[in-house]
Design a protein. Structure first.
Length: 430
């Protein structure tokens, strides 16, 4: 299993190209199941989760053609991928595949809408919490589907003539359930109005792509989304939006190590709340042409309290990284997690680097320390593992992060991007 070795202490200086968003690419890829035409996605990141979903979609009958990578001067490259599902080969998503990646459960929406039926394995537990699927079941039931749980699978069946538009208000905000409702309702008969919808930029990206495919969706990005059903969708060409979590992660890294980095190919408006928190912590962050410039001052980090919330609140996917930053603040800060009940596994690992963190329910109290010291640590989930990398960059001496397959799920060419900016980071393959 690969490990990442970091020798901390160097400031970051240069350009970091930001990749396409994993969390946008996954639902966009799944949307290819809605049409027999070709959906072409540009700026698709090269990540383990994307490759995993490519295999899963192949199982459902999607032909996939990957167009070469184009290297750019700033070190970025873009991948264009063509997805064509002439006919759905299989409406079952088996446990072996769904259990590896929760987002693959979302195929239930398009399969049900296009084929009138789907048999999809329940995703099962996950390291960061129980993550149930009740909202998906309720939402699709509102569209007329019969949903039955049997032997660890959901058997979903649309009424004769297809799903029927309806008004449905989510009792809780869910990104995934909103994606699934957008896809399912696009091919339903009549109009669907979703209340308490997720407002994440990735939901807007999916709605834009579906509209380019011929859907009639309005209100994406607000809490109320209206979808007028159409009888069929066509192909389209769509560019995956930049990864706001990767953007925020590197911005926090610079705030922590000090230095001057331009994050290229991204957009400051995708992460206002996180940028505000980084600024309050003392870094200078500004919009520049084609990206964001971050100037960090390393040793003068101010303590800032944050609470994770659905968009436009502070993203849960940046919580671990921000906690990493706060470990070196000049004072006490609090980080409260409200989205997932068990998303503090990084606390124990950050403590190994010398961080002083105490947990009380869903809130972590972080007492900043003047220095962290490198140590062997273990990645526990995707975002937690990158918080360890950031902390390692700012720690004295060597940090060895094991179980880096978590990182490969969501961070494209991390070592290369950081090394180009002066960090000492290398992958060790055993
Ligand atoms: C997506 C993101 C993930 C991010 C999360 C929250 C992708 C691929 N993943 O995950 O990176 O951390 O949004 O921003 O885009 N819930 C229920 N019942 C349901 C569905 C969800 O109770 O049927 C709960 C979850 O357990 C969680 C909360 O709702 O507590 C939010 O989860 P959700 O927004 O659905 O997360 P994902 O879409 O899985």
């Amino acid at each position: 299993m690969d490990r990442i070795r970091i020798v901390g202490g160097n400031a970051l200086n240069g350009i970091i190209p930001i990749s396409g968003a994993k969390n946008a690419a996954l639902p966009l890829m799944i949307a290819s199941l809605l049409t027999s035409d070709t959906l072409t996605l540009e700026n698709v990141p090269h990540l383990a989760d994307v490759e995993g979903l490519i295999r899963i979609l192949g199982n459902h009958g999607v032909d996939i053609a990957v167009n070469g990578r184009r290297e750019h001067q700033d070190g970025s490259y873009s991948r264009t991928v063509h997805f064509t599902c002439r006919t759905v080969a299989d409406t079952t998503a088996p446990y072996e595949l769904v259990s590896k990646m929760r987002a693959s459960f979302w195929v239930i929406g398009p399969l049900l809408a296009r084929e009138g039926q789907a048999r999809v394995s329940l995703p099962g537990g996950c390291a960061i919490g129980t993550r149930p699927v009740d909202l998906f079941i309720e939402g699709l039931t509102a569209l007329g589907a019969e949903m039955e749980i049997d032997g660890g699978y959901i058997n979903a069946k649309a009424p004769k003539g297809g799903l029927i538009g309806a008004r449905y208000t989510f009792p809780k905000v869910s990104v995934g359930a909103t994606h699934v409702m957008l896809m399912a309702a696009s091919l339903a008969r009549g109009t669907t109005v979703i209340g308490n919808a997720a407002r994440e930029p990735e939901v807007v990206d999916l709605a834009n792509c579906l509209n380019a495919m011929g859907a009639k969706i309005s209100g994406a990005g607000t809490a109320t989304i209206t979808i007028e059903g159409v009888t069929s969708l066509s192909g389209a060409r769509h560019r995956v939006l930049p990864d706001r979590i990767e953007t925020g992660t590197y911005a926090m890294a610079v705030a922590m190590t000090g230095g001057d980095v331009t994050l290229s190919g991204t957009d400051i408006t995708l992460l206002d709340t996180a940028i505000e928190a980084i600024r309050r912590a003392g870094a200078e962050v500004s919009a520049v042409e084609g990206g964001i410039r971050v100037i960090g001052h390393g040793d003068q980090i101010r303590p800032v309290d944050i609470v994770t919330e659905p968009f436009p609140g502070f993203p849960t996917d940046l919580q671990a990284q921000f906690m990493g930053l706060m470990t070196r603040a000049n004072g006490v800060s609090h980080v409260t997690e409200t989205i997932f009940e068990n998303r503090f596994m990084h606390v124990q690992e950050l403590a190994r680097l010398g961080a002083k963190i105490t947990l009380s329910g869903q809130t972590a109290r972080i007492e900043g320390v003047t220095r962290l010291r490198g140590a062997p640590v273990m990645a526990t989930d995707l975002r937690a593992s990158v918080s360890l990398v950031i902390a390692g960059l700012a720690a004295e001496g060597e940090t060895m992060v094991s179980r880096v397959y978590h990182l490969d799920r969501g961070f494209e060419r991390l070592e290369e991007k950081l090394t180009r900016c002066g960090a000492i980071v290398e992958r060790i393959s055993d």
